[in-house]
Design a protein around this ligand. Structure first.
Ligand code: NDP
Length: 248
């Protein structure tokens, strides 16, 4: 266990693209056993195939994080396939940007369901396992929009990311001792996230912002590996990671 990552069992939600995919590939290359979850099976199967082809260990379960029982099954598949659970990366997320005046309540619901409730279902699925093992690590993906309100347009998205940060800090406070909690707050990172807005003007703004700022998604994968590889008595609570050129 030279790097303190090798042999660890890691569940990653939203593992079919972007940060989740990069994190799965990176941790697998460092010797972790990865259980990938997301909705698009073709993407998950291709990533698992690549990881195995490179000599790594990984499997997947098609998972919608808005369905509590599916998140539980994802964690159960990790423990039954790999014998334990060391880390859950609650990463699945959606960013739908639009002015509040659009009152797009369907998109508000979707972001709340995926970004907040999805994280909570991950916590609920993993916490009993961590408590029984007397060890474990939650890594929740918030955002710089969870530190500063991204408005106009990103108000509800920011609300969900503030919630992820608040939940992470409260979780750390309540279950710490033997269980670690890390909140990651990335700035603009290359992924499919920038395509999640249906409001035309906002979508054009977001795409241009990303084109001028974004850094590769493995930047975040390396930050996640840094948090995991620390000795068990060191808990990296928060990591803010921005492109050097990004102001917001
Ligand atoms: P992507 O859109 O590339 O990835 C989002 C992932 O979430 C996909 O794998 C998608 O897979 C999955 N997902 C979406 N809805 C669900 C669902 N209901 N159930 C399960 N999986 C779901 O974007 P990113 O990689 O950028 O996003 C990952 C996280 O990083 C998000 O929480 C995002 O808010 C956060 N973040 C991203 C930043 C960025 O600039 N990229 C900056 C700050 C934070 P599928 O469709 O197959 O289900």
């Amino acid at each position: 266990m030279g790097n303190n990552i090798e042999g660890k069992v890691v569940v990653v939600t939203g593992a079919s693209s972007g940060l989740g995919e990069a994190t799965s590939r990176h941790l697998a290359s460092l010797g972790a056993k990865i259980m990938l979850g997301a909705r698009r099976e073709d993407k998950l199967a291709a990533i698992v195939n690549d990881i195995r082809g490179a000599g790594g260990e990984a499997d997947y379960l098609v998972t919608d994080v808005t369905v509590k029982s599916e998140v539980l099954k994802l964690v159960q598949k990790a423990t039954s396939s790999f014998g334990r659970l060391d880390v859950i990366v609650n990463n699945a997320g959606l960013m739908s940007i639009a002015p509040m005046s659009e009152c797009n309540t369907d998109e508000w619901d979707r972001m709340i369901d995926i970004n907040i409730k999805g994280v909570l279902y991950g916590v609920a699925a993993a916490l009993p396992v961590f408590e029984k093992q007397e060890s474990g690590h939650f890594i929740n993906i918030s955002s710089v929009a969870g530190i500063k309100v991204f408005s106009p347009g990103g108000t509800v998205y920011s609300g969900t990311k503030f919630a992820v940060r608040a939940i992470s800090e409260g979780l750390r406070h309540e279950v710490g001792g033997k269980i670690r909690t890390t909140s990651i707050e990335p700035g603009a990172v290359e992924s499919e996230l920038k395509y999640g807005s249906s409001h035309e003007d906002s979508s054009a703004f977001v795409r241009e912002f990303y084109e001028n700022n974004e850094i590769p998604s493995d930047s975040v994968a390396r930050a996640i590996a840094y948090a995991i590889e620390q000795p068990a008595d060191v808990d990296i609570n928060e990591i803010v990671i921005r492109p050097t050129v990004q102001e917001f």
